[in-house]
Design a protein around this ligand. Structure first.
Ligand code: PGA
Length: 254
């Protein structure tokens, strides 16, 4: 059965006391998760070890890094490798968030290397794709997302593909309060799954969770997550408010 995931993307927010207090609030709330449901906290690098300790007793709560290097190791000052993440028990890593593409010039080809590094070190990449507003306005979103998948993912073998998570995040919906409608999200998710099916066959395509991201809120999560091909969300702003994020987790479908 495909995993259903609520993933918090904190971005560059919160100091350590704020971060631990947020996680403590969430951990002290009883949240029933089904066998296939997971909660992932994508937190800044310096907090990974502490947050991992805090969630140790919650078996379906996990941590993710927000980025990793495209290189294995060596003289790359300031970089963090997938191997380092694995060595501190981090099992997930966001790859190719639109902010990394836009502000740090990450190309589809660099992201392909990051995907490889993650898979080489048993880290599950959460690969982000999605179009900016001008592309949506001219109806080019399918073509753009196909190119992103082609250039960063489609070199993988089927058994590797089933170890990744895809997050569709239309750039025009990120941090803007402008959410894609459930219909727009489902259309793109179904298209992504169709592309995966074409490339890898039905059984592999059916196993890949596809998350929606872009202004997911407590009030719209259920409608989005109820769509057939939406397997949860990658949540920025609303994941910083415990009550909101808890409501979003509870919106995962069974
Ligand atoms: P948002 O961010 O929920 O604040 O729009 C989502 C993301 O960037 O992953």
């Amino acid at each position: 059965m495909r995993k259903q995931i609520a993933a918090a993307n904190w971005k560059m927010n919160l100091n350590l006391p704020q971060a631990t207090s947020l996680v403590a609030d969430i951990c002290s709330t009883p949240i029933d998760l089904e066998e296939n449901q997971r909660v992932i906290f994508a937190v800044p690098f310096p907090y990974l070890v502490s947050i991992n300790q805090m969630i140790e007793t919650r078996d379906k709560f996990l941590t993710a890094a927000q980025n990793c290097s495209d290189k294995k190791s060596g003289a790359y000052t300031g970089e963090v490798s997938a191997e380092m993440l694995h060595s501190i028990n981090v099992g997930y890593c966001i790859v190719g968030h639109s902010e990394r593409r836009e502000y740090f010039g990450e190309t589809n080809f660099v992201l392909r290397e990051k995907i490889n590094q993650c898979l080489d070190h048993d880290i599950c990449p959460i690969f982000c794709c999605g179009e900016a507003l001008p592309v949506r306005e001219r109806g080019g979103q399918n073509e753009l997302v196909e190119l992103q998948l082609n250039e960063s993912l489609f070199h993988l073998k089927a058994d590797q593909l089933t170890k990744i998570i895809i997050a569709y995040e239309p750039v025009w919906a990120i941090g803007t309060g402008k959410t894609a409608t459930a219909t727009q999200a489902q259309e793109m998710h179904a298209y992504i799954r169709w592309l995966l099916k074409n490339q890898y066959g039905e059984s592999a395509a059916e196993l890949v969770p596809i998350l929606y991201g872009g202004s997911v809120k407590a009030g719209n999560a259920k409608e989005l997550f109820d769509c057939d091909d939406v397997d949860g969300g990658l949540v920025g702003g609303a994941s910083l408010v415990p009550a909101d994020f808890i409501k979003i987790i509870r919106s995962l479908k069974f």
